[in-house]
Design a protein around this ligand. Structure first.
Ligand SMILES: Cc1cc2nc3c(=O)[nH]c(=O)nc-3n(C[C@H](O)[C@H](O)[C@H](O)COP(=O)(O)OP(=O)(O)OC[C@H]3O[C@@H](n4cnc5c(N)ncnc54)[C@H](O)[C@@H]3O)c2cc1C
Length: 198
């Protein structure tokens, strides 16, 4: 099944089409590479595993956001996880390095995936208590999220001086070039040539 047929994910972050396109791409690769071979069943099982993992990660993040709607700093902090993974994944794909992203929401990224799940679990467990977040707890959570985001941050996120308004500044991407396996000068050269960066 394609992602939107196999799992319902609330539309808060408009994830239906990106998940669907990833599913289409992956199924096409399975058909192209494994149709009629012994690997067919294993490849479909792997597709199923990834589809469910990404749906669960996305639904978990969205659930944490709904849980924290009464506490704007926590909600805003959680959205940083989404924007970090989305901007990293999109840039990795533009550079022909999609595999570096570790799938949707970087759910399978070796460092970011577990950190994402820890932040979601922390926010959900705390919100479930029903009592308001104390300022000191908010500060601790913001640091936890900022540490997770720093793994993939190519968009200057978690910068309190921006007051939650993040324009596109490719200098952020150049500074973070190493996260995408390039030096800053290599990234600057790529961006100078790329039609999508004009
Ligand atoms: C109101 C709305 C707004 C949305 N906004 C966004 C958004 O802003 N961003 C985003 O990322 N996602 C959005 N989504 C989600 C996104 O549209 C879906 O996740 C995505 O379209 C799912 O793609 P799909 O190919 O799996 O299914 P679908 O796009 O639903 O395609 C399934 C197709 O199969 C056809 N079909 C069904 N049964 C049969 C049959 N028996 N025989 C032949 N054909 C059949 C249907 O007519 C349909 O054309 C939105 C969804 C809705 C409903």
């Amino acid at each position: 099944m394609l992602p939107s047929a196999s799992a319902f994910v609330d539309p808060l972050f408009s994830t239906g089409i990106p998940l669907t396109l990833l599913g289409v791409e992956r199924l096409c690769m399975v058909l192209q590479e494994a149709w009629g071979t012994e690997a067919w069943r294993a490849r479909l099982q792997e597709y199923t595993r990834v589809t469910r993992l990404e749906a669960d990660a996305t639904a978990g993040l969205i659930a944490a956001c709904y849980d924290s709607m009464a506490c704007f700093p926590i909600f805003a902090s959680l959205t940083m996880l989404y924007f970090a993974a989305a901007s990293y994944g999109e840039m990795a794909r533009r550079l022909g390095r999609a595999e570096m992203a570790g799938g949707f929401l970087s759910s399978e990224h070796a460092a970011f995936g577990p950190a994402l799940r820890r932040c979601i679990a922390h926010a959900r467990a705390r919100s479930a208590s029903g009592t308001p977040w104390a300022p000191s707890e908010i500060a601790v959570f913001e640091v936890e999220v900022a540490q997770a985001v720093s793994i993939l941050n190519v968009a200057g996120l978690c910068d309190s001086s921006k007051r939650n308004r993040y324009g596109v500044d490719l200098e952020d991407t150049i500074r973070a070039a190493a996260k995408l396996g390039l030096s800053p000068s290599e990234m600057r050269a790529v961006l100078r040539e790329a039609p999508w960066a004009q």
